[in-house]
Design a protein around this ligand. Structure first.
Ligand SMILES: CC(C)(COP(=O)(O)OP(=O)(O)OC[C@H]1O[C@@H](n2cnc3c(N)ncnc32)[C@H](O)[C@@H]1OP(=O)(O)O)[C@@H](O)C(=O)NCCC(=O)NCCS
Length: 114
């Protein structure tokens, strides 16, 4: 694991082995990042986001991963992910939403209502 000195990792965020977190990233509490991920400069990972293994998030203007979002293993994220969004693939695309407990649902409203 490598965390650049300018990155900010809040308590209770979990970062997998081999993952690199670059300049000015911010990772909020309860977020869980898998193994061997790369978070490029300025990525913002909100509360309780779940990121699979081998995910790359890169964007020099800063990419925001919304609260409770989930990113499938091996994905390459090139744009913002909304709160509760479930994204997969390269480039990652939205395939649905997940509740705070990780259950997949069809709409963001259902995801918000749990
Ligand atoms: C991400 C995940 C939770 C989605 O599960 P799901 O809601 O059951 O979705 P499905 O497995 O039915 O896949 C839906 C579609 O997304 C695709 N997909 C799923 N995961 C993918 C991934 N990691 N990369 C690329 N495509 C993926 C599937 O191929 C499928 O495509 P199709 O509709 O064209 O057939 C699941 O794929 C998974 O558990 N992956 C492995 C572990 C992981 O990445 N967990 C998340 C973080 S720990």
């Amino acid at each position: 694991m490598f965390v650049h000195a300018t990155a900010e990792i809040e308590d209770s965020a979990v970062i997998g082995e081999g993952t690199k977190v670059w300049h000015f990233c911010q990772i909020r509490r309860g977020a869980r990042l898998g193994r061997d991920c790369v978070l490029g400069r300025g990525v913002f990972v909100d509360f309780e986001v779940v990121i699979g293994n081998g995910v790359k998030i890169q964007n020099y203007v800063g990419t925001t991963i919304g609260k409770w979002a989930m990113i499938g293993a091996g994905s390459v994220v090139t744009r913002d992910v909304p709160d509760h969004g479930l994204v997969v693939g390269n480039p990652a695309h939205l395939i649905g939403y997940v509740t705070a407990s990780g259950r997949r649902v069809a709409t963001q409203e259902e995801a918000r209502n749990g």
